[in-house]
Design a protein around this ligand. Structure first.
Ligand SMILES: *[C@@H]1O[C@H](CO)[C@@H](O)[C@H](O)[C@H]1NC(C)=O
Ligand SMILES: *[C@@H]1O[C@H](CO)[C@@H](O)[C@H](O)[C@H]1NC(C)=O
Ligand SMILES: *[C@@H]1O[C@H](CO)[C@@H](O)[C@H](O)[C@H]1NC(C)=O
Ligand SMILES: *[C@@H]1O[C@H](CO)[C@@H](O)[C@H](O)[C@H]1NC(C)=O
Ligand SMILES: *[C@@H]1O[C@H](CO)[C@@H](O)[C@H](O)[C@H]1NC(C)=O
Ligand SMILES: *[C@@H]1O[C@H](CO)[C@@H](O)[C@H](O)[C@H]1NC(C)=O
Ligand SMILES: *[C@@H]1O[C@H](CO)[C@@H](O)[C@H](O)[C@H]1NC(C)=O
Ligand SMILES: *[C@@H]1O[C@H](CO)[C@@H](O)[C@H](O)[C@H]1NC(C)=O
Ligand SMILES: *[C@@H]1O[C@H](CO)[C@@H](O)[C@H](O)[C@H]1NC(C)=O
Ligand SMILES: *[C@@H]1O[C@H](CO)[C@@H](O)[C@H](O)[C@H]1NC(C)=O
Ligand SMILES: *[C@@H]1O[C@H](CO)[C@@H](O)[C@H](O)[C@H]1NC(C)=O
Ligand SMILES: *[C@@H]1O[C@H](CO)[C@@H](O)[C@H](O)[C@H]1NC(C)=O
Length: 437
């Protein structure tokens, strides 16, 4: 290594460590206070439709932290404390790596083959949990810390202090065009100043997704740092009746584990007023994944389904204390036969340029957590099913060599994708690659 290179590296390292504080500093006196650190002003109190009673809970709040192995989280005093007033889920798994596909899986029931954290859009004909909630009149919103304005579409946002706290890859609903490009819906993706006002005014929605910023969620820091944020933010809110009602269910989880070489188990807790006291400080070893957040919500409000992995009984168990109350039958996979959910890159889908298959219609044959039908958005070609789909093609090979696309499975299998379709997808892939540099 040349001297010049070593000096440059040292300078970068100094800058990086100076930028990342080692301990959490509260941005405001309380999570119910607004703060200039959160950037955008509150956009006024959110307006919700009247509450729709659920079979078990009336409000579901999920809070996602980042990149931590189960054992590392379980050793933290704050998690031990929280677990004493909730249910520890000892067999809950992320569905792939890295971050972004996990977030979008929890909204749309699939991650579409994505194995990156790049700027993607899911077309408007792909449905999400929001379609099911809207149909039933169940209000919803998402709170994204340090997002500058409601429904912000940018890839990330850098605060006046020069640090990038907000990233789109952790904001699942905005990635789906049916939400992000619909201004009525996008306005429900709000920042933490809106959160403060909404809690104060007792107007929280019934379904809520919370993403702390890149430091507070442990992404750029450590799980210890994230627990300091939890002590500041979640601990007092658990005592706040505008947040934690007697019918509130809270899921505290992580998007994925840190070590790709082991299965993708993440530490997860169920908290909130709806957990009966006899289940406090207990452990539930039922196999869950992020798809369980969809089926549990479908089960609670007896919604329809998305016709995606929320109808795959292997990976979508309903949280047992809910399933017990509604007599929903879960599968009984044990720790010895769980699927591997640490895989990435090789899973075919429309967002995997090396194993590209087109967007498929939802599978209307399946059942989800509720008894309603599969939601089919407008503009879906219902004949494009998994049975009719062409084999995966490597678009990267096509765009770099200029020759026709190669099938990535089964040499000699004819490729049934129209030239126009493939060229369109190549253009998207090339545009995405350009955005990455
Ligand atoms: C958890 O923390 C709260 C707030 O600091 C405290 O009041 C409570 O006693 C703790 N509970 C346990 C079981 O440690
Ligand atoms: C308020 O919401 C509107 C869309 O409803 C949006 O255009 C505007 O940027 C938002 N303002 C802030 C401060 O978030
Ligand atoms: C933020 O987005 C820009 C492109 O818009 C990109 O160059 C930069 O690397 C991103 N930063 C982070 C931290 O994601
Ligand atoms: C946008 O979302 C609203 C609320 O769900 C819905 O009523 C409306 O039809 C959507 N608009 C489009 C163009 O999909
Ligand atoms: C909402 O709360 C804020 C203070 O947090 C207050 O200024 C505002 O008037 C309230 N709005 C409504 C509609 O109650
Ligand atoms: C995934 O986890 C399994 C089980 O721990 C391990 O055997 C395998 O090597 C991991 N796969 C990868 C790609 O690291
Ligand atoms: C919770 O359970 C653990 C054993 O799993 C026990 O050591 C601890 O004392 C219990 N905590 C409370 C607050 O009951
Ligand atoms: C259901 O999930 C399992 C485990 O991930 C997977 O092997 C299987 O292919 C999935 N089934 C469908 C129809 O997607
Ligand atoms: C669900 O019911 C089963 C069978 O009665 C029981 O063993 C289990 O503890 C219950 N689980 C929860 C989380 O309530
Ligand atoms: C649904 O079932 C019908 C009839 O059995 C079958 O033709 C169709 O391919 C199935 N669709 C999917 C997506 O599996
Ligand atoms: C969904 O819309 C996209 C973008 O318009 C289109 O390429 C795709 O074929 C559609 N998917 C289905 C299953 O109709
Ligand atoms: C796809 O093509 C690229 C470029 O030729 C190559 O580097 C890559 O290994 C291929 N991927 C697969 C899965 O064959």
């Amino acid at each position: 290594m040349s001297f010049k290179y070593a000096v440059a590296l040292a300078a970068v390292a100094r800058t990086a460590s100076a930028a990342i504080a080692s301990t959490f500093t509260p941005p405001a006196p309380a999570p119910t206070s607004t703060s200039s650190f959160y950037v955008g002003n509150s956009n006024g109190t959110i307006v919700n439709t009247p509450d729709v009673p659920g079979r078990v809970f009336d409000r579901f709040i999920q809070i996602w932290l980042e990149n931590t192995d189960f054992a590392q989280a379980a050793g933290q005093a704050v998690f031990k404390n929280l677990s004493s007033q909730g249910i520890t889920l000892s067999s809950y798994y992320g569905v792939t790596h890295p971050s972004e596909p996990n977030y979008i899986a929890a909204s749309g029931g699939d991650f579409w083959g994505l194995s990156e954290d790049n700027l993607v859009n899911v077309p408007a004909n792909v449905s999400t949990i929001v379609d099911l909630l809207d149909l039933a009149g169940v209000s919803w919103s998402s709170y994204q810390e340090n997002m500058p304005s409601d429904g912000y579409l940018g890839f990330n946002f850098t605060n006046p202090d020069g640090y990038t706290y907000y990233v789109r890859k952790h904001n699942p609903l905005v990635i789906y065009d049916s939400v992000g490009l619909n201004s009525t819906r996008a306005a429900r993706i709000r920042n933490f100043n809106d959160f403060a006002v909404d809690v104060d005014n007792n107007t929280l929605s019934q379904w809520i997704f919370v993403t702390p910023n890149l430091r507070n969620d442990a992404h750029d820091t450590t799980v210890e740092y994230a627990t300091e944020w939890l002590s500041y933010w979640l601990m007092p809110l658990l005592q706040d009746p505008n947040f934690n009602t007697p019918k509130t269910l809270i899921l505290l989880t992580f998007d994925e584990n840190e070590n790709y070489n082991i299965n993708n188990q993440v530490y997860s807790l169920l908290l909130g007023g709806v957990i009966p006291q006899n289940l406090w400080n207990t452990t539930d070893d039922t196999f869950y994944t992020h798809y369980s957040t969809l089926t549990t919500v479908e089960n609670n409000w007896n919604l329809g389904n998305l016709g995606r992995q929320d109808t795959n009984k292997t990976v979508s168990n309903v949280f047992a204390f809910v399933a017990n109350a509604t007599s929903y039958k879960n599968n009984d996979l044990t720790t010895n036969n769980l699927p591997l959910l640490n895989l990435t890159s090789t899973i075919p889908g429309p967002l995997n340029p090396e194993y590209y298959i087109p967007w498929l219609a939802p599978n209307t044959n399946g059942t989800g957590g509720g008894s309603g039908p599969t939601f089919v958005a407008s503009g879906v070609n219902m004949s494009m099913t998994s049975a009719n789909a062409p084999p995966p093609v490597n678009l990267t090979a096509n765009s770099s060599s200029g020759s026709s696309p190669t099938t990535t499975t089964g040499a000699g299998v004819s490729v049934g994708v129209s030239v126009q379709g493939v060229l369109g997808a190549v253009a998207v892939a090339v545009a995405a690659a350009a955005l990455l540099v």
